[in-house]
Design a protein around this ligand. Sequence first.
Ligand code: AMP
Length: 491
Amino acid sequence: MSFAELGLSEKVLTAVTAAGYSTPTPIQAQAIPHVLARKDVLGIAQTGTGKTAAFTLPMLTILETGRARARMPRTLILEPTRELAAQVEENFTRYGVNQKLSVALLIGGVSFGDQDAKITRGVDVLIATPGRLLDHVERGKLLLTGVELLVIDEADRMLDMGFIPDIERICKLVPFTRQTLFFTATMPPEITRISEQFLHNPVRVEVSRPATAAATITQRLIASNAQDFEKRETLRKLIKGATDLQNAIVFCNRKRDVATLHKSLQRHGFPAVALHGDMDQYARMAALESFRTGENPILVASDVAARGLDIPAVSHVFNFDVPTHAEDYVHRIGRTGRAGRLGTAFTIVTRHDDKLVSAVEKLTGQTIAFEGPGLDALPPGEPREERRGGRRDDKRSSSRGGRGRPERGARAESGNVRPDADETVADTQRKPRRVPIRPDSETAAPSPVAHGHDEPRRSRPHRTRDDDDGPQVKGLGDHVPAFLLRPARVG
Ligand code: AMP
């Protein structure tokens, strides 16, 4: 199957060739002809399968005829996060290079003014996160009655983030006769229900998801005591001990832990940046840019980072926490070992993580070995550090302890129960140790992330419209967000 057989326009085919793609991916081969036939499509595929081009390429072909009218976009794409929205915009820029289409990005965290101006001129493609889109509608600057084609992307992510009521509202604002493309990585019952609500006689296209981790990734568990300061020490030892470490993403389950860990790593002289949902758009862009350029080769991130972002050539992934959702494990470690390269994924495990690790192993069908001693070799258990809103299994005993091989000790050495012990005066005055990946790291490098944005939010009772980053640590991002600053006009 070639792109030429799918029914795409000459201009789009030329752009695809220029992008270097010779063969459509399975989701593209299956979905594109149906989109061009103006059918509703239910696409079950996750990021990394080429699903973005599966809808952008036929949309570009369809949009070649017709013109945009003021304040009435012709097509609408809904994305759960700002980063994903920006990546879709980048796809339109790349594949729409031979066309003169107007594309607007409506995401939280940036001013309304420019967005308003663009909408007023008329846009062919509107890419938005749900909250910001509804804000524009309520301000009376945007009419959705001209939308011919609606894309709901990452629907299961939308569900996780509590966006379904917003999506339902938006669907009432667009014409009943529109064409709808609905993409989701998984089909839990709630997604089945809303897909039936939003789609009319859809064609179902499905591509297999990577249920197992790539064979190019070496996976290991690392036993640690459960206190966060001990886990941080475990992580520092891991980073320092990894001789082949080029760059790394460190995943935490919670946004506030991202901020805390980031600051701790900086204090210890590690060249780290943070990426999580409470940072503003500028800080996120700066953090990603500095990670991608290698200026700060350690990225501490929430799962917002794990999904959708295509950061090339990451040598290591460290799971500071075992992910609460086993699926996130596959997404996280999938940041390394890409394109045939070798990668390493370490997961720090405490006595409380038994069920979570079992869930991961069940999902991937692989047993993950301990590097160094297992949990049974740890000093006696300590009172667990209280976590507000924590969702972990509180089981004290573990059946996992005996599995470790007595090779390299990676466990925390401190048996003291001293929350935030790595923030003591003695510790902060200690000369930061040399980090193998950054010879000049004797001094803690200042992060491009403004500390003001990095403070964890202590309470957040209600979601706000600009909460397009998830209720807590969910997913991260792909490309250097320079494109976020680019004018959105295509062609
Ligand atoms: P996506 O699943 O849309 O996030 O795409 C994942 C990656 O695959 C992106 O970096 C795309 O640029 C790339 N890609 C999309 N379509 C193709 C194709 N037909 N051949 C090779 N790479 C592709």
